[in-house]
Ligand binder design. Sequence first.
Ligand code: UDP
Ligand code: MG
Length: 315
Amino acid sequence: MKITTMAPLLSVVAPCFNEAANLRELVQRISAVVAPLGNYEIVLVDDGSRDDSVAVMRDLAAQNPCVRWLALSRNFGHQRALRAGLDSARGDAVISLDADLQHPPELIPTLVEAWRGGAEVVTTVRQDPPESDPFKRWTGRLFYRLLNAMSDTPIEPGSADFRLLDRRVVDAIRALPETDLFFRGLVPWLGFRVASVKFNPDARTRGQSAYTLRRMVSLAASGITSSSITPLRLSILLAVGLACVALLFVVYALLRWAAGDAVPGWTSILVVVALLGAMQLFVLGVIGEYLGRVLRQTQGRPPYLVRTASDEEAR
Ligand code: UDP
Ligand code: MG
């Protein structure tokens, strides 16, 4: 049995990019719900905001000793800001949520309850409200479908970066050398005991979404390339498909040639082009396979993660 002398600490991490208008309400609503749960800290990560987010953070930290903040040197993007927050958080459980109040802090007690019930990862799944931007909804759905068709650790559609991670899980993530983390894809890869909670996201009332189309495409690309090597395999599949077609072509060209109604040179050019095309794609596919291995290796993910072992239980 582990003897705990201190009450567990809850960390709430929020990456912020130009969220000055939301921060006061955010901190007020978070502390209102987590203070009754015990010790807590709120870690605000300024991701190179161009408004006065940092000044507001400084002010909030002066008013409430449970508020800490850190400011990144420039805008690194949501996922990296999140990682900075995880690195800085000291809690036994770390909850991450968006600073724009689209993730209702009032759900935190539900996440904590699931954690106390033994879950090590508590994920949330958005129930899309009908009034949300149809373009975002549609592209989001397409993205999850595409990703899940390729990846062997599926992500539940509607997954949000609103989740609770046990200290063990945070430490496992922090040990990864990968620079481009895509948390939504990483979390299902991690395993551990997972619980999931549904929620209705609120509309953004102040400030605007930093996710432009360009950023969404880049997030999607990093999500796919970090959790799947299937695109690299596509050329082999294409090569096999093309080889079949090429073979039909070759037979057809030879028949025409045998019948004597082919222009001289037509048969040989067609055969050579079709076969060479298929062969090139095949070789590209082989290179892709090796590149995939190189990618996996450079990502440096451990081959497995251990949840517990007898040695540890004894302590
Ligand atoms: N964010 C960030 N860095 C960025 C873009 C966004 O830290 O470069 C934060 C932002 O402040 C918010 C969260 O990430 O807390 C989600 O961003 P946003 O609301 O713009 O995304 P959406 O909800 O539209 O997907
Ligand atoms: Mg948002």
